[in-house]
Each structure stands twice: as C-alpha cells, then as structure tokens.
Design a protein around this ligand. Structure first.
Ligand code: FAD
Length: 359
C-alpha cells in the first residue's frame, strides 16, 4: 500500500475533544503526529447536540489543557455551539495537524507499527490513539414489540428540540442527564411519561459537574497510589441544571418503572397496564465507536477492549482515549480528558524512545 508521506510516529483517529487534548500534549512533547477526523468541521460530537443543550459545569470546569473555555455572554453554563467554537479555536491556536474529512475504516498490525486504512489511502504509525467517541453509536435496548410500534421512535442523538412533539403523548426512556433534560423540554409542549429501569437520582442543587470532577479526581488519586476506590458512579446522576429545577417545580420529574413491552400504539407494563403514546424517545446512551479496530481482535465479551491506563493490554501500540471511565476516570468529559491525555502522551513518549524504527 502507498504510505508515502503518510508515515507518522503517532496517528490519532478522531478529532473531538479527546483527540485535541492528546494533540496538545503531543505537540508539547515535540512528537510527529497527525489527527484524522471524518467530519468536515471541528467540534466532534458537540456539532450534533440539540441546540438548547447546556453543559453541566461552568466553563472553567469544561476546559481542555492550556486554554480556558470562554464563559457565555449570558453568564450561564456553556452551550453546545459555544463548545464547538471553543474546540475550533483550540485546534487553530495549537496548530493541530488535522486531516479531514477522512474516515478510518480499519486498523491492522504491521511491521513496526499499525496500518490504518482510510477511504483516501493508507497511513502507517508506530502508535495509534483511537479517540472516536460514542456519538455515532446510539444504543437502544431491545423490548418485545419494538419493531411493531406504529408511532415515532427517536434516540437522544437525533433530538433537535421539543417543537415536533407539540400536543403529543411522549414516553421518555432513561434515567440519566439526557433523559431528564429532554423531559424538562418536551414536557413544556407535550404530555410526557418518564420511565426508568432504576429510580433516577437527582443530585442536590449545589452539586454540578465541578463536584463530580472532584470526585473523579479523588478516584484518580486513589488508583494512582494503588488504593481501592468505589468508582465515579455519581457521574450518571442527574445534575439539577436550571431547566431541571424548573421541571421539578412543575411536578413533571416523576419517573415510572420500565415498561415490559411495546405494542403498535403504546407501551405496556408486566401487569398489562397499557399507555397509548405517539412517540418513544430513547435516552439510553451510547456505545464506544470501535468498529475500525475489529481486525485487531481485541474486544472481550462486554464489547470493550481491556486497557492498562489508555494502552490496550493485548496491543501496546494502540491507546484508547475518551470513551469513558474504562479509559481513564472522567475521560469522557472536557475537563477529565486532559489528565488522561497527558498520562497517555507520557507513556507514548517512553514507548517511542524504546521502539524500533519502522521498516
Ligand atoms: P467525539 O466528540 O465524538 O469526537 C470523536 C470524533 O471522531 C468525531 O469528530 C467523529 O466524527 C470522529 N470519528 C469517529 N469515528 C471515526 C473514524 N472511524 N474515522 C475518523 N473519524 C472518526 N461532557 C462534559 O464535560 N460536560 C457536559 O456537560 C457534558 N454533557 C453531555 C451531554 C450529552 C447529551 C452527551 C451525549 C455527552 C455529554 N458530555 C459532557 C460527555 C462528553 O464530553 C462527550 O461525549 C464528548 O463529545 C466525547 O468526546 P470525544 O472526543 O471522546 O468524542
């Protein structure tokens, strides 16, 4: 394959916040690298978020290394479009070597490194950082009857705002922040029912992403000093951002247990209670986008790849960054990924010093 001019020491796949944070530290370490991203503009997943989305922490707790995100003019928490603008500026400011739009199809083992196949040719890298995020893999759980529902079904990933639901009966599924935020909006124009598999946990009003990050920090410190830590479970709990508090005042934040099946016109519980509805909104999360790594055969039965830090245990030339706590505490957040990226680059620097040049 033609790899002329496409040989780099480190190739990052994915140019969202995780890829950008890794780029910041690679640039600082003077390492030769390139970032491939399959979108034609910067911003990663934030480009696809619904327009009203606000982050759950203030800008100083939503920032990548080196540069603080500017606070929005209205004094509130940052918006999705503000985050896209920040990431765009970040890539320009640190002169990150982006090549876009390039979609990576597959990563293979090769002499002296990894071979990365794209729609526009091959790349060869001594080390690959996969930072492809989760947004392109929305997850919808299976329920009996799901295929026969005559109404509309929609995942968080495709939500654009409450207007299309005006006057409808809408069932919102999921116990996390996305579900609560969509419920808060949709309930202003529609008759909503919220269903969750576990009773949702609303955090106290004074807890935001900053407090959750502090929790993640304690976990990081415990783990790096060889102690046990219970995990950052609190990250899934619902942050009482202003629209959620307002919905709580209106009394719409009441959750029902999960239904057992879906009928052509609604949902039904185990005791056969039936609720007719027009739309089911699945706020049921995302899975890591790891399809391009299939040829490496690294996934275990849970669909994840065992890692030590960010490095794949069975393929040390591959690092995984940003997907969730399994690739570093809070590494799927803007503030958390910086620390993980720094550690990854420290390890990569050492790896490159001991690696053989590619043949
Ligand atoms: P992404 O932003 O998804 O970037 C990955 C990039 O890789 C994308 O540009 C993608 O197109 C590209 N790509 C994917 N596959 C390929 C391929 N095969 N070849 C080439 N390119 C590829 N975090 C916070 O810190 N604060 C919050 O308030 C917050 N709120 C959130 C609200 C919602 C609804 C969601 C879903 C997440 C939220 N997060 C929040 C979490 C987190 O910040 C995001 O999930 C974040 O976008 C993850 O960044 P990433 O760089 O890992 O992935």
């Amino acid at each position: 394959p033609d790899t002329q001019g496409r040989e780099v020491d480190v190739l990052i796949i994915g140019g969202g916040q995780a890829g950008s944070a890794a780029g910041f530290y690679l640039r600082r370490a003077g390492i030769d690298f390139t970032i491939l991203d399959d979108q034609d503009q910067p911003g990663g997943a934030w480009r696809h978020a619904w327009p009203s989305l606000r982050l759950f922490s203030p800008s100083q707790y939503s920032s990548l290394p080196g540069r603080m995100m500017p606070a929005p003019a209205d004094g509130g928490y940052p918006t999705a479009s503000g985050t896209v603008a920040y990431l765009t500026d970040y890539q320009r400011r640190y002169d990150l070597p982006m090549v876009r739009p390039v979609h990576v199809d597959a990563v293979h083992r090769a002499d002296g490194g990894l071979l990365v196949r794209t729609g526009t040719g091959d790349w060869h890298a001594k080390i690959v950082i996969s930072a492809t995020g989760t947004w392109s893999r929305p997850y919808i759980p299976y329920y009996p009857g799901i295929g026969e529902f005559a109404g509309r079904q929609l995942h968080t990933a495709h939500y654009t705002g409450p207007e299309p639901f005006t006057g409808q009966r809408v069932v919102i599924v999921g116990g996390g922040n996305s579900a609560a935020q969509l419920l808060a909006e949709i309930s202003t124009v529609a008759e909503t029912t919220w269903v969750t598999s576990r009773p949702p946990k609303l955090l106290p009003d004074d807890i935001d992403g900053k407090a959750l990050f502090d929790l993640a920090t304690r976990r990081y410190q415990a783990l790096t000093s060889g102690q046990e830590h219970a995990g950052v479970g609190g990250l899934g709990d619902i942050v009482a951002v202003p629209p959620i508090r307002e919905a709580r005042e209106r009394g719409v934040l009441k959750a029902e247990p999960m239904f057992a099946r879906i009928t052509p016109v609604g949902v039904a519980w185990p005791d056969d209670t039936h609720l007719a509805c027009d739309t089911i909104v699945w706020c049921t999360g995302f899975r890591p986008d790891l399809g391009h790594l299939t040829p490496l055969r690294l996934r275990t039965r849970d669909g994840l790849i065992p890692t030590q830090g960010t490095r794949a245990v069975a393929e040390p030339r591959l690092h995984l960054l940003g997907y969730g706590d399994w690739t570093g505490p809070a590494s799927a957040t803007l503030i958390g990924v910086g620390r993980t990226a720094r550690d990854a680059v420290t390890q990569i620097t050492a790896q490159l010093q001991t690696s053989q040049p590619p043949r």
